[in-house]
Write a protein that binds this ligand. Sequence first.
Ligand SMILES: [Zn+2]
Length: 267
Amino acid sequence: MKPPRAIAIAAHPDDIEFCMAGTLLLLKEVGWEIHYLNVSTGNCGSMTMSAAKTRSTRRAEAKRAAKILGAHWHPPMCDDLEILYDIKTLRRLASIVREVSPSIVLTHSPQDYMEDHMNTCRLAVTAAFSRGMPNFKTIPSRPAVECDVTLYHALPHGLRDGLRRRIVPGSFVNTTSVHATKRAALAAHVSQKPWLDASQGMDSYLLAMDEMSREVGKLSRRFKHAEGWRRHLHLGFSSSEIDPLSDALGKDCLINQSYERSLHATN
Ligand SMILES: [Zn+2]
């Protein structure tokens, strides 16, 4: 029998390593096949290299990172700031979703600090939604697949939406045991250190990731390092409400009960 599959669909090379890679690594440990896809080439992520040179450098870095994670790498399909919710990108992404036929899709938060992240999220949601529709044509063409899929949204950059409001995770994944590997995968994006230092004052991008995962760990009140997730509504994606991430990871996945209660509040 084929192992269950999970795919992380993020905007830029290194986004997966910031907020999704720990969860991918844990899924791999329990027998899942994991897939890694950045929609953009990352061509704008340099102050000194040309777009073409940045594209090829970052492609090699992302491949190395995927190898460190033990993930199947998929090539990007857009350039930075050009991830649009358009039909061509949607058809291409939908083709990958049909090829992988994942039970879990990890992607960005619907609210995030920049449009590439939010558009990637929308594209991933619809690519998953269209998986079973034979009349929706993909590029390249692939037959529709019948499978339940569950989408999980990562926490936004800065743990806040674009209007500065705090985003509270619905579940926490304990990434403490895989933090070193997650960090090694992020470190494969060598070209990003000077760029992020200059553009976002992130000091070291590795320290920024450490800090984010510790902050989410603190929010969990249980784990040292954590990634936070919000599970998408199941309608259109599975016949009943399911939580395969929690099922797969057991005690390493902590449901945020106050978030769950807030969903069921009537006023
Ligand atoms: Zn990004």
